[in-house]
Design a protein around this ligand. Sequence first.
Ligand code: C2E
Ligand code: CA
Ligand code: CA
Length: 693
Amino acid sequence: MALNTDNTAPENLDSLTKILVIDDEISIRLTLSKILTKAGYIVEQAESGKAGLNCIAKFDPDLVLLDVVMPEMDGYDTCKAIRSLPKNNQLPVLMLTGLDDVNAIDRAFSEGATDFITKPINWPLLVRRVRYALRASEMTKKLHTANLRQSQAQTIAKLGFWEWNKEANLLTWSPELLALFGLPLTPNQGTIEDYLALIPDYERQDIFNMLSSVNPQTNKQTVSLQHQIVMPNQTYMVRVYASKNEDNLVLGVMQDITEIHEAEAQLEYQHYHDLLTTLPNRRMFTEQLTKTVKNSAATVISIDIDRFHLINDTFGSVEGDKILQIAASRINGAMEGQGLVARMASDEFCILLTAEMDYGAISSFVRSIQQTLNKPCQIKEQDIHIETSAGIALAPQDGQDAETLINAAKRARFTSKALSSNRFAFYDSSKETDHSQRFYLENELRNALKLDQFVLFYQPQIDLKTDKIIGVEALIRWQHPDMGLVPPIKFIPLVEEMELIHDVGDWIYQEALNQAKAWFDESMNIRVGINLSAKQFIKPELVANLHRALRESGLPAEYFDLEITESMAMQNPEAALNTLNQFKELGMTLAIDDFGTGYSSLEYLQRFPVDFVKIDRAFIKDMLTNKADQSIVKAIIAIANSLDLKVIAEGVEQAEEYALLQTMGCDEVQGYYISKPLPAPEASAFIKHYNAK
Ligand code: C2E
Ligand code: CA
Ligand code: CA
């Protein structure tokens, strides 16, 4: 039981130091208790080793005074037992031994005693011995905790130490470091070569030189370095601070910064890359271009996918993303490691070439990129064909800074787009005024329909067997008060881009049907063809709209002819097939326009319910001089015949072409040789006159 005197009773009992006295002699127990209690300790007594052990568990003393000589369990056994209790290897145990009993003292220490006190007890000394033992124990505890904390802190900070004795070439690793790299804790010593062996060979020598250069006498008191540690299962990135201490040992603090490094690398990557395509992004491109133009020539090529939004609208953005990924990897592949390619925005890519190239080389490079991009992409088990436009700007002549060059390339791309698909154009500063005109055109176009400024011209088509005009193609023009008659090439792409094509398109078929009905009422029996734009063609309401307009006009369906281009049909062949079938059911005449320029899939041609293929003017134009073109025309006619399709040759300008086509078995021709497109009244007069002869 605890003896306590009131005048020493502290306020907080828990904070008080507790001492357990184990002695079989009651007089000694009582005296010890009394003295220690008076000194401010809380004391508990036990009369045997066994009782003492029980008491330790309950009382949790801060120090034990233990008599050596006791019946049954003596002090040695008791001390050994105390040490074997969990958590009690730090508990100070002072053993009470006989004076000058050297053996007893040795034995006491070997059983784990902290110190000894000789009997008979020198009472004034006792309290001091106890106090010092407690203080030492406290310090040991603190040190232990500090060590533990430090070690934990090191583990958390992924930090450890090594120490290099240069003269003896001994390098000692701290346990934290060994644990960090998953190495066994022993042996913890090796040589500098063992350390260097963990570093990739390309940086090994540099690291060694730096570590060897540490010298407190120079400005190289501390060197800081960063290197990799290559372990069989993982490569670490570490940061090292090395310095030399008074004993001439090089001390290294090593921190594992693999995660930080990876996170930084990841951030840097995201900062400079487009995550969808993994290509560099606009930021990287601009920075790279800025550096390049400072000291060398550069070629900037801007490429985009024509009507990309149509792909997105038709197939959804997931498939659209796929197309972008395919395009990115194709461009990247075609670069063959030269230059830089970046995704700038949605479907816009930019290429930077630094090699000196002439116009011819650049042109063939761009053409080859465009050809790779033209190959079909498999989307939802369909072959999708994409077409692209490209613009080229050169440094220094077209601009001396990144932004100017990128913009110039982009404007050149717009110019090329206005021409046709799959084209490219070099930047031409003299065309700049045209571009400010673009905004003017846009504004004017918005009012054109209201102001009734559009007109349809009609170009006759002749049946080669009967030499009679049996059809016309309606071609739109824009009659503008200041600009005069604007050809469709100048405004249809804009009208499409501005989404005005639906309204304009509605006007076109309405106007064409009215004219066709007028001719029909005059018994002229002229088939009128209109051109559908891609945007119109994929609009779900198109069939219903055309059906209604046709019915309301009262024109028999076969006099109404719809032209769609090959590329429109092939963009989504299954959907096109479906739409065309519906038109066919309504009895309309269908033609594939610009045949031969795109991807004539014979398989689809066979399945499309079309009546005509229109051979593109490109083949007719050189047919007389170019044997290859002539055989293409021949082949198209042969294929069409075998598929029961009729052939119209476009752009016939000369009598010889006309004659040749006739002998080749072509069904109809259209071109300046017969007549240019004419306004309705002139067309009427022309047809009547021609068919009357
Ligand atoms: P396209 O459908 O291939 O029309 C044929 C173009 O060739 C017409 O140009 C026509 O004037 C021209 N052409 C006809 N015969 C000859 C010839 O013997 N020699 C030469 N050098 N050219 C000839 P246009 O009228 O300027 O139309 C150009 C393109 O604009 C058309 O090509 C068509 O894609 C588009 N377009 C014209 N009208 C419309 C329309 O009403 N709607 C839509 N969506 N597009 C239209
Ligand atoms: Ca046409
Ligand atoms: Ca055509």
